[in-house]
Design a protein around this ligand. Sequence first.
Ligand code: F6P
Length: 319
Amino acid sequence: MKRIGILTSGGDAPGMNAAIRAVTRRALDKGLEVFGINYGYAGLVAGDIFPLTAADVSDRIQRGGTFLYSARYPEFAKVEGQLKGIEQLKKFGIDALVVIGGDGSYHGALRLTEHGYNAVGLPGTIDNDIPYTDFTIGFDTAVSTVIESIDKIRDTATSHERTFVIEVMGRGAGDIALWSGVAGGAEEIIVPEREFDIAEVAQRIKEGREKGKKHMLVVLAEGVMHAQEFADKLNSYGDFQVRSTVLGHVQRGGSPTARDRVLASKMGAYAVDLLEDGKGGVAIGIEDNKLTYHNMLDLFDNKHKPDLSLYDLNQSLSR
Ligand code: F6P
């Protein structure tokens, strides 16, 4: 292996730049050449590919987003798309790839490996919804962003004695809601992985009010329902002065936290080591604070499980 390519795909996540930097610097350190691929698989197919030097990744570690840009490109699921991508890999002399993204991006990586181009996946998504890793790159930053907002919402909620429903991202996963709910001292956390009864939630809010609580914060994972719909349902149980806030894409931006930068640096360097070892079709994770890798097929067969002990913890701390 002489030349590796690197791309970011799917929703961007803070720490992706730190991962690109780590892959580039580790590869250069080993005497390999590195090529950046813009716009994920779309850029691969279009040949939007350029050499990366150590200087190109300087002043990137602290920046949010991805300087290689990202795209969702379902066309790469088809063989025609993959063959066009391979033509470009041949043209640029790239032997192996690092793909940073969510598990959708891993499907493309596995296909390339099957075509003879080893690809290693790094979990880059704020959702933390990838199996065989305790944390994904970007999750810690997203949670920090959410709690900054929760703290601000709490100020106004207290002043007006209101209930707030705060919708956070996570697609089908409740991780952001669970972590930010506990860290933000929310009264209720609503996630897709735990059933809830809206009448019981309303009853608990009523009891909190009677105990003299001045604010009631409900952190709602977007995969359950929209914040306004939840607020309307709550309102039908009494006058809780409910307001709803959707935090949206603010959660995807910003300078990565130290934890995300370190995670991205460790994983990026490890990806190059694995490629050098001839590994492909594998995804890197961090489990019990150790770097691990698993076959991508095992990831597709398994569903990520959030830490639901946080839900139970919050139930007992928020009364
Ligand atoms: O996967 C990351 C994520 O931010 C999810 O939390 C969210 O559901 C989705 O992407 C939003 O996608 P888009 O940016 O394409 O609207």
